[in-house]
Design a protein around this ligand. Structure first.
Ligand SMILES: N[C@@H](CCOP(=O)(O)O)C(=O)O
Length: 502
């Protein structure tokens, strides 16, 4: 299968090339030229296998330039019970809120306690094999912009991986204390972490600019290096995320919650639009999805876009208790718009150029109509996020993190507004212990807050009885290795300095 750039249809590459490169030279994102179609028989076969078997099937259909042995090797190494705490890395918890069943797809049982592990435990294997195929002997420099979760998951995935170096940028005041501690204590000889004096959008724009500056790419080439990405702009990051929607559907059928062929909704707390896009791609393959419910926090640019067809990032940027979603430029929307415009690179480029120059664009009536039909957008502020965590814990003793709470709240709004009773899968994206202060305040509003982050973790554990994930508990005594802070316009120099290139 071949891949195109969303902004230049003439840029056609193999899967290995798309993964190694991360982003197209023109700044567009790589997208598959077609989607494999799964019929009833395909799903019947998938029902009989486990997560790894489902992953192997999906990967082999998209990565046609990888051998079966290569794919098996990547999958077997990535999704071990040891790394994900059980045979199913993405289990569903069934709970109840105000009489509505919530099918909560827990995507955070991996080594860094966020859904990003589902992709970033396999990307290093895919990337290493892609480098061998396309750039043998070269070192990939992975640049990452993070609002909290991707950074740590990428660091953990790529630490000490041969022929890779990784540099992570995060907003200095835009991640939770636990997320910051996870990154700043990262071990490994090939890792660097730096805060920027800006927000996530500044970090992401800065990274994309470095990727597409020819003079920087030349400097890397002279040193036998090339850039790649571990953000969801990289196809190798997005593809593994398709698997868990297909697998969740199979689990719902096997658990007797739905019949094969029944439609489901998906509810996704959304920042960079990668997670919800993965579910959309799964639907193009035949997964029966009724509505894509896109949940935002107060940075509700996507809610407005879904309602009006106007994407306008010219608005306040809020720092919230769901920091991983504090994003106003959602990169992967570009891939959806490319698809909905009939794979039209020219139209997509026009919208993305308008976003760069004016911070705003309006899509065509046709695209608006499809978005209106298939997507629902809603948002939830911090107060309601806390109230949702509180209610769910009170009613069902289920402890969720702030991002998952945003999704649950928006799902409730959707059900109230539409009366739709289609079974819905809610993507739960992180462990509550990554956001202990906010979760503790939500569960016990009148409690006196302990002073340190780890005391809050302990207190939350005492109150909830929910086990603290070992990777977070073990951070307590780790030494801080990184404390660099840089200006946004000095990111390029920082990267070259970190690589020892003048
Ligand atoms: N929420 C993300 C932001 C980056 O998103 P990605 O899916 O493109 O990596 C984070 O936690 O860093």
């Amino acid at each position: 299968m071949l891949y195109n750039s969303t902004q230049n249809a003439k840029e056609v590459v193999s899967a290995a090339q798309a993964i190694a490169q991360g982003i197209s030279k023109d700044g567009g994102l790589f997208v598959p030229q077609e989607f494999p179609k799964y019929d009833e028989n395909t799903f019947k076969a998938l029902l009989k296998t486990d997560y790894k078997g489902r992953a192997k099937k999906v990967f082999s259909d998209f990565l046609s330039d990888f051998t079966e042995e290569e794919i098996n090797d990547c999958v077997e190494k990535a999704y071990t019970a040891q790394k994900f705490g059980g045979e199913n890395p993405a289990p569903i918890s069934y709970c109840n809120l105000d009489g509505t069943t919530l099918n909560i797809l827990e995507l955070w049982h991996g080594p860094t306690c966020a859904f990003k592990d589902m992709a970033l435990q396999i990307l290093p294997h895919l990337l290493t094999k892609s480098l061998k195929k396309k750039y043998d002997g070269k070192t990939a420099v992975i640049l990452v912009a993070t609002s909290g979760d991707t950074g740590k998951a990428a660091l953990e995935g790529f630490k000490d991986v041969d022929h890779t170096k990784i540099v992570v940028f995060y907003p200095v005041d835009g991640v939770s204390p636990m997320q910051k501690h996870q990154m700043n204590t990262q071990e490994g000889s090939n890792v660097r972490v730096c805060a920027i004096k800006g927000n996530f959008d500044d970090a992401q724009t800065g990274v994309k600019k470095i990727f597409t500056t020819p003079s920087v790419a030349e400097k890397l080439a002279e040193n036998n290096m090339l850039f790649s990405s571990a953000n969801s702009i990289n196809w190798g990051r997005l593809l593994p995320q398709i698997v868990y929607y297909i697998s969740a559907y199979c689990d719902l059928v096997n658990d007797g919650k739905i019949e094969l062929g029944d439609k489901i909704n998906v509810v996704v707390p959304t920042g960079n639009f990668g997670n919800i896009l993965a579910s959309y791609y799964a639907s193009l393959m035949g997964l029966p999805i009724n509505k894509f419910i896109c949940a935002s926090n107060s940075n509700n640019v996507l809610t407005d876009f879904i309602k009006t067809g106007v994407y306008d990032k010219n608005r306040n940027f809020y720092t919230t208790i769901s920091p991983s979603m504090d994003i106003l430029v959602s990169s992967n929307l570009e891939r959806l718009l490319y698809k909905l415009s009939g794979d039209n690179d020219e139209v997509t480029r026009g919208w993305m150029n308008a976003l760069k120059s004016e911070g705003k664009y309006e899509v065509s009536d046709n695209v608006k109509a499809v978005i209106n039909d298939r997507f629902y957008g809603g948002f939830c502020d911090d107060k309601n996020t806390e109230a949702t965590i509180h209610e769910l814990f009170e009613q069902d003793k289920y402890l969720c993190d702030t991002h998952t709470a945003v999704a649950i709240n928006v799902y409730k709004q959707y059900v109230e507004e539409t009366g739709d009773s289609t079974p819905s899968v809610i993507a739960s994206t992180a462990s509550p212990y990554k956001f202990s202060k906010a979760v503790l305040e939500a569960v016990e509003p009148n409690t006196a807050l302990p002073e340190t982050e780890f005391d809050m973790v302990e207190e939350l554990h005492k109150i909830s009885g929910v086990e603290v994930p070992a990777p977070l508990a073990s951070l307590k005594n780790k030494v801080v290795r990184f404390s660099d802070v840089t200006e946004v316009n000095a990111m390029e120099d920082y990267v070259l300095g970190a690589l020892g290139i003048e």
